[in-house]
Design a protein around this ligand. Sequence first.
Ligand SMILES: NC(=O)C1=CN([C@@H]2O[C@H](COP(=O)(O)OP(=O)(O)OC[C@H]3O[C@@H](n4cnc5c(N)ncnc54)[C@H](O)[C@@H]3O)[C@@H](O)[C@H]2O)C=CC1
Ligand SMILES: O=C([O-])CC(=O)C(=O)O
Length: 329
Amino acid sequence: MKITVLGAAGGIGQSVSLLLKMKLPAGFKLALYDIAPVTPGIGVDLSHIPTDVAVKGFTGNDLPLALEGSNVVVICAGIARKPGMHRSDLFKFNAGVIRDLIATGAAICPNACFCIITNPVNSMVPVAAEVLKKAGVYNPQKLFGVTMLDVIRAETFVAKFLDRAAGTIRVNVIGGHSGQTILPVMSQVGGFEFTDEEAAALVRHIQDAGTEVVDAKAGNGSATLAMAAAGYRFINAVVRGLMDEENVIECAYVEGGSQHSRFFSQPMRLGKEGWYKVLPYGPLTQAEKASLEAMLPTLRDEIRMGEDFILKPELFQDQPAEAGKAEKK
Ligand SMILES: NC(=O)C1=CN([C@@H]2O[C@H](COP(=O)(O)OP(=O)(O)OC[C@H]3O[C@@H](n4cnc5c(N)ncnc54)[C@H](O)[C@@H]3O)[C@@H](O)[C@H]2O)C=CC1
Ligand SMILES: O=C([O-])CC(=O)C(=O)O
């Protein structure tokens, strides 16, 4: 099996590539691509680690070589937030990156699973879907927005709050990956009933965690290491599904027939052909229902923006590539 990482020279790209080189099963191939000329060197560097995963770095015009025969394409190429920015401020620049990378993916490895980490995820996945559709190769079961970082944050913060061992708590996070569209389903955390105040404080921390890292990194990027850990967990789940392992379940942002919006993050079963069954996330409390209703206009707008970028490109011609609004809570 072959995994390709696009944006492999970046903060997330290098860390997730290291995890993949260390942890993928023997016999796997790992291809790294980035416009940064250092990328072939990153491949050489990783190749000195004693695992039976063959790794090679590509740059420049070699994107098709990196994608050739790929089963899973992980995209973390694009720009990241600085303090004071909203994820949607990355839209125009990153939408162009996703459009071009997915167009090449559609031509070279149309049957691959495409996992999109690049922000704003809520809009980048619809961009990718429309490009794949235009190319006549869109398979919704193989296109994922990676919202796993919200899940691992939720699991970390809740375990700490409950004084449980890290890794013993599962939390589903539904909706999308920005501000109030991130909705951890606290009422379904097994073995504990949170008060409304406790749940609200934990949810706020999870929703604001990306901004917390952006501010702490003080203008030098956003979350990379926790994202790499989350990305590895998700890619590994996709791979285990493709290898026909049973009962592989994770949350991701997909076009899965949700009653709420065209794309929606929810738990799902992964299998030989990508995800094959979205799963219920349990009954919501009144407060959770209200949060879900409140997020939907934003989520739907962000989805529409992604669709429009491909279907109505004239709408975006006069916009600057990067603006500087404050992240909405
Ligand atoms: N889904 C999520 O939960 C998260 C998403 N992100 C997003 O992931 C993205 C990457 O973040 P970082 O790795 O921190 O950024 P970074 O700036 O460290 O790395 C981005 C890499 O993309 C490369 N790149 C840019 N255009 C490219 C193209 N056309 N083809 C190939 N490579 C290209 C750059 O050369 C750079 O090496 C950002 O958009 C960020 O907002 C970050 C954290 C969490
Ligand atoms: O906040 C950001 O810009 C990066 C991100 O998506 C996260 O850390 O959740």
